[in-house]
Design a protein around this ligand. Sequence first.
Ligand SMILES: NC(=O)c1ccc[n+]([C@@H]2O[C@H](COP(=O)([O-])OP(=O)(O)OC[C@H]3O[C@@H](n4cnc5c(N)ncnc54)[C@H](O)[C@@H]3O)[C@@H](O)[C@H]2O)c1
Length: 277
Amino acid sequence: MTDSLDPRAAGARRLRDKVCIVTGAGQGIGRATARRLGEEGGKIVVAERVDESATRTTVELREAGVDATKVLADVGTFEGAEAMVREAMAAYGRVDVLVNNVGGTIWMQPYHKYTPEQVNLELERTLYPTMWCCLAVLPVMMEQGSGSIVNLGSQSPRGLHRLPYAVGKGGIFAMTKVLSMEYGQYGIRVNTVSPGGTAVPDRITPRTALGGGMFADEPDNEEYAEYRSQMLEDIRNQQSIRRPGNPEEQASTIAFLASDDASFITGQVINCSGGQS
Ligand SMILES: NC(=O)c1ccc[n+]([C@@H]2O[C@H](COP(=O)([O-])OP(=O)(O)OC[C@H]3O[C@@H](n4cnc5c(N)ncnc54)[C@H](O)[C@@H]3O)[C@@H](O)[C@H]2O)c1
């Protein structure tokens, strides 16, 4: 292991030999999570639709001595999610942890400015990947009689200018509760880490990249810039710790919930947001 992957918290190697799928692991919070779970002993399935970033994460994990497998998948469809789980099973024969990290705002504007197409694209980005991946992985975890699912939420359900994204994350909060209630009897825990604004300096793929490499048309005008600054000010005003978080802070919270350290915690949303909630 290199020092660069050294986790700060105590209790390292809590994921020893656990097979962990991390979706969207090519950059940002997903990449930091793959590194953290790998450092803690996990075998990592790097699930990502962009080959360049998937390769970057997989190579750096392997160089650090982590057992990692790259799986190129579009988890925006059930077929993609199913193929991802199939490839993880082919590689390791089980799935202990699923981190549903794929998601993210595409546009920031008051709701009346959204077109119906934009609303659909926001839900396809943020709501459906978690739904499809849960649907695909549950039979495997039920058969094992164990599993830990960690979803990514957001503070947007009580913030400005991202209503479709906020609805997607609200759906993820609902999934967290309902799935925890339905599948606790199979030894499956389901929790959500809800980040506040988190600085992501390593993006290869912009938020505005849609499926198939297409880029969304983000308005480049003063009005749109003003919406964005109102949204950021709204976030800062709600925080006790008035700075952006970093991906490693999200990853350490995710690692806790993924691990057996959280064995009696399910159906919960943990805010990792500098006090915003
Ligand atoms: N960064 C923040 O400030 C912040 C704040 C709150 C919540 N979150 C949540 O945390 C999660 C990660 O955020 P981030 O900023 O690190 O994301 P990001 O946009 O930087 O990275 C997402 C990754 O997912 C991949 N991806 C997108 N769609 C995919 C698909 N259909 N199939 C497979 N891979 C796909 C992208 O290629 C990219 O590598 C998201 O769910 C986001 O909503 C982030």
